[in-house]
Structure formats: structure tokens, C-alpha cells
Design a protein around this ligand. Structure first.
Ligand SMILES: [Zn+2]
Length: 498
């Protein structure tokens, strides 16, 4: 009798231990980084990566974009570079990966290698630019999106998971090796997943609209070029809302003024079939429903970024995320007065801890400040096809995506009463036709936003065991263990009675 009792007890202990181990392995599903243990043999025509264990993907930050390239793994050959992403993740698999690219070593600035599992969230697995954008943000330089437009990207792209397309005017790669990397790192950190569009114009400083245009003209880019660029992008992404710079260029930057001037000139042309046939044929026409300009003095709205608390960023505010996760990546710009203006400077001499604090700055802080101090909270509705804002606190107010895109409204299902309910049917839901797109898409895209390690839909559940199966299995194991324990207690009582 005693022997049998110990056998059961031993079995129970084994079961409990097994459950523990299984549960730990299910949680630790993040892909192991193999980089430091890999041997990378760079050659003139091909480079071979081997790590002593199975590789499941490589991440490359390019120094020089190579265009399309070929590689080979255990499944044969694969193609990289097709999307022209400056930071590129490549799915490949095997103990040895070959990159067939001339002079790979001089083209790559960072190479990371990963084993099986979920790719860590700091690895940038970019999606293509939006098919159709909810919001299109026209940022002149890379850093404006986190400064004068602070709050927008973490809130609308990161937290709500909307389709937000950033379109830059300036190409920093023409005169900086760092800024193109800073651009992507910043966007990725604040939750943008659709690859940005980057213009071709050089970064030229000027202090008026005419000086801005004159400077670009010297480099071969006239007004028509910028108007066409904005038109093309509006036609391509068909945004529900476009957000642009201050007409006065915030602190008076001529290039900011040029970008907004081009936007204003492009607006009536986007829907005009006689203008720029090439982009009209390629993308079709589009009349933008809503356009906001930063600091615009009419139909003003206030975006209260300090009260947008973002669950997906550990409860920080939208403003904080832009500065701490976005602008923080723009290391080459940290010496500028922007660092003091946004509170990023570690000494914080202007004492800025929120978006609202920026409005309290006085000219004593700096000669460059003026009306509203270029507050990222203040915008004006420059154009609307959907009426004036009433609440004045959401770029997507009054925006009904289906209606604006000319799609059929969702069928209304009326619940049928007085009928025997069928157990397998979900309760009928009546979708509200007035639901605004923010709420609609927030639910739909909830899983696409950044959160720990599960943001890469592409990689999700691809390797290893389905987590649901693991849960079911573990519950079953625990039940069995509890049953054993019950049996032991019952045996002990029985022995006591004897
Ligand atoms: Zn700028």
C-alpha cells in the first residue's frame, strides 16, 4: 500500500514540474539572437552566414541600398531588397545563409541574425506604404514629425493602429549618413509600421517662402515639382485627412513654407483629371475630405496630447512617446534648440514636461519663439468636405470612411425577437453608420500596433506550437495533477481510518 502511495506522489510531482517547464517555454517564445555566435564570411561576390544553429531570419540596415538581390538558404534561392527598405528583415531558414551580392560588407551598416521564434519588437519588419491612408502627414524633414507634429504618430498609428502614411519632402541621405537611420528608428519606435515615402529634395535652410523656392530652384527643383509631388501622393494614398506644416514655417523655415504652399496649390488639382495625366492614370483622382495645417488661425482645434494616455506605450502620454521614443532617435539633432523646446535636453533648461508647457514658454527662453510657440497641440481646419468640427479634438471628427470612399454601408442586421435562440449563432450587431473611422479601425487593427513581441503579424505563430494548443494542453495537465492530489488526500484519509 505504502509503495503505491509513493508512486502516485512521485507521478504528481513529475506532472507539476512538467507543467512548469512547458509554461516557461511557451512564454520564452522570442527568437534567440544568434548574431554574436555567427561566422560571417564576406566575399567579393557572395557572403556566407553560419551560426552553428538554425537561422530563421536576418535583419539588415543598409549603408547603400542595393536594389533587388538574391540569396540562398535550405529551401533554395530567395529575393531580398524588392521593397527598397533601408532597414530590411529577410525571412530565410537553414544552418547557412548565402547572400549573393557584390561587396556586401561595404553596403551593410548593421547585420543581425535570428533563430526560431517571435522576432523581437525592436527589429524593424516594415510593411509596404499604405494602400489607402486614414491620415497622411506631410513632414518636411525627418524630426518635424516628432516635434511640431508630436503626439500624432504615437496616438493615431501606434495606439489606434490606423493607417498613417508619412510623406517627407527632404532626402537626408544626400548629406547625412545618420539621418536616414534616425528617420526609420524614430518612426518604428512610435508605432508606425507602413514604410514612409521620402522625397528627393535636398535639405536647404532658408527663412522665407520665396527664398525657400529660390534655394530649391538652384538645385533643380521648382514649384511645379513640389506641387506634383504632393498631388501624386494624395492621389496614391487617398487620405481621409492630410496634415501639413504651419503656413509661416513654424520658426520660419522656408522649406516648411514651401511644402505647405505646395499642398495648398495641389489641393484643387488632385481631383482635376486634366492635371498630371500620369499620376491620374496610375492612381485615379482624389478630393481630400479634410486638411489641417499646424497653427492655422481659422477653425482652430486643440489636440490634448498630454491627456492621450497610451496603453501600448506603458501609459505614457502621446507627447512623451513622440519625444522619448521618436525624437530621442534623432541623435544628430540633439544639439539644436529643439531639444530644449520639447524638454528632451537632460538639463531641461526651459522646464518643458508636457505639450501644454510649450505654450507657456516666453520669448525670454529664446528669440525664435512666437505665436503659440509652435505648440504641437494647435491646428486649424484648412479644408473640409464633411462640415466644421464641433468637438475640435480629433483630426477624424465627422469622418466616415465608407461614405467618403464611396463604399456600400455595412449591412444592418436587425436582431429578430421572439424566436428560439440558436445556440451557435452570435448575437446580431447593428453597426452604427455614424461610427467614426478611428473607433472602427482601432478595433480592427488592435493587434497590429506595437506591443512587446507580438507586433509582427507576418511572423506571428509561424514557428513553434500554437499558443492556444499549449494553453489547452496545460489546463488538461493541471486538471490531471489536481486529480492525483485529490487521490493522495483520499488515500491518506483511508490510511488514517485504518
Ligand atoms: Zn523641419
Amino acid at each position: 500500500m505504502k509503495k503505491r502511495f509513493f508512486l502516485w506522489a512521485l507521478l504528481t510531482v513529475i506532472m507539476v514540474l512538467f507543467c512548469g517547464v512547458f509554461s516557461a517555454s511557451a512564454e520564452g517564445n522570442t527568437a534567440k539572437e544568434l548574431t554574436s555566435s555567427c561566422n560571417v564570411s564576406y566575399g567579393n561576390e557572395k557572403t556566407v552566414i553560419s551560426c552553428g544553429e538554425k537561422i530563421n531570419g536576418i535583419y539588415i540596415e543598409w549603408k547603400n541600398l542595393p536594389g533587388e538581390w538574391q540569396g540562398s538558404d535550405e529551401n533554395g534561392s530567395f529575393t531580398g531588397g524588392a521593397d527598397r527598405f533601408f532597414h530590411e528583415f529577410v525571412n530565410c531558414s537553414g544552418n547557412e545563409i548565402t547572400v549573393n551580392l557584390n561587396n556586401f560588407q561595404n553596403k551593410v551598416s548593421l547585420l543581425r541574425v535570428f533563430g526560431e521564434g517571435q522576432i523581437p519588437s525592436d527589429v524593424q519588419v516594415w510593411e509596404k506604404p499604405c494602400e489607402e491612408a486614414d491620415i497622411m502627414l506631410l513632414s518636411t524633414h525627418s524630426d518635424d514629425e516628432h516635434l511640431f507634429f508630436a503626439g500624432i504618430l504615437p496616438y493615431y498609428a501606434g495606439e489606434l493602429g490606423l493607417d498613417v502614411q508619412v510623406v517627407y519632402m527632404v532626402d537626408h541621405s544626400l548629406n547625412s549618413a545618420e539621418r536616414p537611420h534616425e528617420l526609420l528608428n524614430g518612426l518604428w519606435n512610435v508605432g508606425v509600421r507602413n514604410y514612409p515615402v521620402i522625397g528627393k529634395a535636398p535639405d536647404i535652410y532658408s527663412e522665407s517662402l520665396s527664398a525657400g523656392y529660390a534655394g530649391f530652384k538652384n538645385e533643380g527643383y521648382n514649384e511645379a515639382h513640389f506641387v506634383k509631388y504632393v498631388t501624386e501622393n494624395i492621389r496614391r494614398f487617398k487620405p481621409l485627412v492630410v496634415i501639413g506644416h504651419d503656413v509661416k514655417g513654424e520658426y520660419g523655415h522656408g522649406a516648411h513654407m514651401v511644402y505647405t504652399d505646395a499642398l495648398i496649390k495641389a489641393l484643387p488639382l488632385c481631383n482635376d483629371p486634366s492635371y498630371d495625366n500620369a499620376s491620374a492614370d496610375k492612381y485615379g483622382l482624389w478630393d481630400v475630405p479634410k486638411v489641417y495645417l499646424h497653427l492655422y488661425g481659422e477653425n482652430e482645434i486643440v489636440m490634448d496630447w498630454d491627456n492621450k494616455i497610451l496603453d501600448k506605450f506603458g501609459g505614457r502620454t502621446a507627447f512623451q512617446v513622440s519625444i522619448e521614443e521618436g525624437f530621442s532617435q534623432h541623435k544628430s539633432q540633439h544639439w539644436t534648440w529643439f531639444s530644449k523646446w520639447c524638454g528632451y535636453n537632460k538639463d531641461n533648461p526651459w522646464n518643458v514636461n508636457s505639450a501644454a508647457d510649450i505654450e507657456k514658454l516666453s520669448s525670454a527662453n529664446s528669440g525664435v519663439l512666437s505665436k503659440g510657440n509652435y505648440s504641437p497641440r494647435r491646428f486649424g481646419l484648412y479644408k473640409t468636405l464633411v462640415g466644421e468640427d464641433v468637438n475640435k479634438n480629433d483630426f477624424l471628427e465627422n469622418v466616415n470612411e465608407r461614405e467618403l470612399r464611396g463604399e456600400e454601408p455595412e449591412p444592418t442586421v436587425t436582431p429578430v425577437l421572439n424566436e428560439t435562440p440558436v445556440a451557435t449563432e452570435a448575437p446580431a450587431v447593428t453597426p452604427s453608420a455614424t461610427d467614426n473611422v478611428a473607433t472602427e479601425n482601432a478595433t480592427a487593427n488592435a493587434t497590429a500596433a506595437p506591443s512587446g513581441s507580438d507586433d509582427n503579424g507576418e511572423n506571428k505563430g509561424k514557428k513553434g506550437i500554437d499558443p492556444t494548443m499549449i494553453n489547452v494542453f496545460m489546463i488538461a495537465l493541471y486538471l490531471v495533477a489536481v486529480a492525483f492530489l485529490g487521490y493522495i488526500v483520499w488515500m491518506l484519509r483511508k490510511r488514517k481510518k485504518k
